[in-house]
Design a binder for this molecule. Structure first.
Ligand SMILES: Cc1cc2nc3c(=O)[nH]c(=O)nc-3n(C[C@H](O)[C@H](O)[C@H](O)COP(=O)(O)O)c2cc1C
Length: 342
């Protein structure tokens, strides 16, 4: 049931992909999702123990994670590579070499032009997925030869597009404007969301926040607890002058929004974000939250769907329950349709 054309293309049993979330989506989570019949997507800094600017160390870490996934599963999985801009391309160039050398079946590119790597990846026999957040970028990705697009709506956790288009409107308009398969992302956490996404024309869902609240996800338990106790309005979108992000509403986001409204300059806002000295040494607000559990002054990325997540479960259970709920929802919709015919 729900075995879409995209499932066949990718080789997954269910139309559920686990969205990449930097180091929070490592080999253990990816393998658990792929083994359960979904698509696990490795995050760009998976396996990180300390930050590095050395592309060779990054390449070695990625190789280690890919090999680790292969030790745990023979199912398809993907690797997420942010396409760097300017000098940052030294990292993505090196990581692209690794995925080709390691014969990774699927790559999800993001942030940057899909023109840069798509042809090379496809020549290597790799399926290319590109994540976008507007119809314009979906069409551009299709024109560059990308196989699949992920439409990431404003409801989702982490960074989102400057156009701030909510998931339902974005997915349905992307589906109408491209011929390649579309995956829906942003605020989707269960079977109801899956049915809604399929009804909008998507062929699978891409869930980030839901997989943060899993046993395998290596983030701090405070963040998992914050997700399961979140309400519909617990997150806020902020950073309109910098790069739009959605995270838990807390002391940090309140202050940031106050400064932005008061007309602080871009540099002052960046300085405020950098001005974070907890945990005894220099770490950013994002690791402060996700790694050290700082719910007040950290950037606690997660999406609006958290309000519907009530427990921390094994990743496999998330997939089983999502499929079960989607089946039930569809049966109820069918009954509704039969009743209206009477
Ligand atoms: C903590 C966190 C980190 C993220 N890191 C990345 C990333 O490294 N690469 C990426 O392409 N998207 C990243 N995203 C976006 C997700 O891949 C995905 O689009 C988003 O989580 C979907 O919305 P949802 O969280 O409501 O399911 C991140 C999201 C979160 C919540």
């Amino acid at each position: 049931m729900f075995h879409t054309e995209l499932c066949r293309k990718i080789g997954m049993t269910y139309p559920i992909a686990q969205a990449p979330m930097n180091w929070a989506t490592d080999k253990n989570l990816v393998a658990a999702v792929s083994n359960a019949g979904g698509l696990g997507v490795l995050g760009p800094n998976a396996g990180i123990s300390k930050p590095t600017k050395d592309p060779e160390l990054m390449a070695a870490r990625l190789k280690d994670q890919i090999r680790g996934i292969r030790e745990k599963t023979s199912k398809p999985f993907a690797v997420n590579i942010p396409i760097g801009r300017g000098h940052r391309r030294i990292y993505s160039d090196r990581l692209i070499d690794v995925v080709i050398d390691e014969d990774v079946p699927i790559v999800v590119t993001v942030t940057g032009s899909p023109q840069i790597y798509t042809e090379r990846l496809k020549r290597a026999g790799i399926i290319v997925i590109h994540a976008i957040s507007s119809v314009y970028h979906a069409k551009k990705a299709e024109a560059c030869g990308v196989d699949i697009v992920v439409a990431e709506g404003y409801d989702g956790g982490g960074h989102s597009g400057f156009d701030q288009i909510p998931t339902a409107s974005l997915v349905s308009q992307v589906v109408q404007n491209v011929k390649i398969p579309v995956v829906a992302a942003g605020g989707i956490v269960d079977g109801n969301g899956l049915i809604a996404a399929l009804a909008l024309g998507a062929q699978a869902v891409y869930m980030g926040t839901r997989f943060m609240a899993t046993k395998e996800c290596p983030i701090h338990s405070n963040v998992k607890q914050a997700i399961v106790t979140a309400k519909d309005n617990s997150t806020v979108s902020w950073g309109k002058k910098i790069e739009i992000a959605r995270s838990l509403k807390n002391q940090f986001t309140e202050k940031y929004n106050e400064l932005e409204l008061a007309g602080f300059s871009l540099e002052e806002l960046k300085q405020f974000i950098r001005n974070y000295h907890k945990f005894g040494y220099e770490i950013g607000r994002r690791p402060g939250a996700l790694k050290f559990g700082d719910l007040e002054d950290g950037e606690v990325f997660f999406g609006t769907g958290a309000g519907q997540i009530k427990e921390i479960s094994p990743a496999k259970e998330v997939i089983i329950l999502t499929m079960h709920q989607a089946k039930e929802k569809l049966e109820r919709l069918n009954q509704l349709s039969l009743m209206s015919k009477k």
